[in-house]
Design a protein around this ligand. Structure first.
Ligand code: PEP
Length: 249
């Protein structure tokens, strides 16, 4: 099955609009012509408008890192799906472990956000992944099942086709610890099986891996059959390093 591949970047709370523009101008000097790979850069929301007007490669799209589940109203400090879209985003990361575990987002809240994103024509990169204690107690499968069932509740097959899944074991995010190829392969198979059980066409669903991806492990991780690309945090902040990861596709 020829699934779409993604080289997605989560910049987290890094880079000012000025730094973001410098980055995108530098990055676009590279050969970015692999049309099988969609590049999705998710900068802080305040950088989106400045970046979008500098992007002249159709292999690059932008995304938000979070959004509220309502589209407007008295939600001080929040940003809506429509605001992201009108600032140039085509994607939004939802369910990221930092949103779940630092900001206390529940599966139900993530489900509401996914629905709102889809309604606003914003494609979710839906993150799931277990904590170290879940893995050590043999509960990875149950955790993934709960996150997928609750997060995708009442989402039709038609809408689901606009969702990309990112498997991001919490213990591998920003820690320098990467899951082994066997762990990644197993988790991606489990996710595909769970999605099928939920009635989705999982063979055509792109499932990305995220968790300390770097240029020196990208090639090995990319050779796993069920891996359709990456969601990259720290390593994507550097143009050369991100480009090397892109070249591993
Ligand atoms: C992330 O933030 O989604 C991530 C995978 O971070 P890192 O690559 O730094 O582990």
């Amino acid at each position: 099955m020829d699934r779409k591949k993604y080289c997605a970047a989560n910049w987290k709370m890094n880079k000012t609009p000025h730094d973001s523009v410098e980055y995108i101008l530098e990055f676009q000097k590279k050969a970015l012509d692999n049309h099988k790979v969609q590049i999705v850069i998710c900068p802080p929301a305040v950088s989106l408008t400045a970046m979008i007007s500098e992007i002249h490669r159709n292999t690059i799209e932008l995304g938000g890192q979070n959004m509220h589940f309502e589209n407007n109203g008295a939600f001080t400090g929040e940003i809506s799906a429509d605001m992201l879209v009108s600032s140039g985003a085509k994607w939004v990361i939802l369910g990221h472990s930092e949103r779940r575990h630092v900001f206390g987002e529940s599966d139900e809240m993530i489900n509401q956000k996914i629905k709102q994103a889809l309604q606003s024509n914003l494609k979710p990169i839906f993150c799931v992944g277990e904590k170290i204690e879940d893995r050590e107690s043999g509960n990875t499968g149950q955790v993934l099942a709960a996150q997928l069932t609750l997060g995708l509740k009442d989402i039709s097959e038609n809408d689901f086709q606009n969702i990309v899944i990112a498997y991001e074991p919490v213990w591998a995010i920003g820690t320098g610890l990467t899951a082994t190829t066997t762990q990644v392969d197993d988790a991606h198979s489990v996710i595909r099986e769970l999605l099928s059980k939920q009635g989705y066409e999982s063979e055509s669903t792109s499932i990305l891996y995220g968790g300390s991806v770097k240029s020196d492990n990208a090639g090995e991780l990319n050779s796993i059959n069920g891996v359709d690309g990456f969601l990259i945090g720290g390593a994507a902040l550097n143009v050369e390093e991100y480009y090397k990861i892109y070249q591993s596709f």
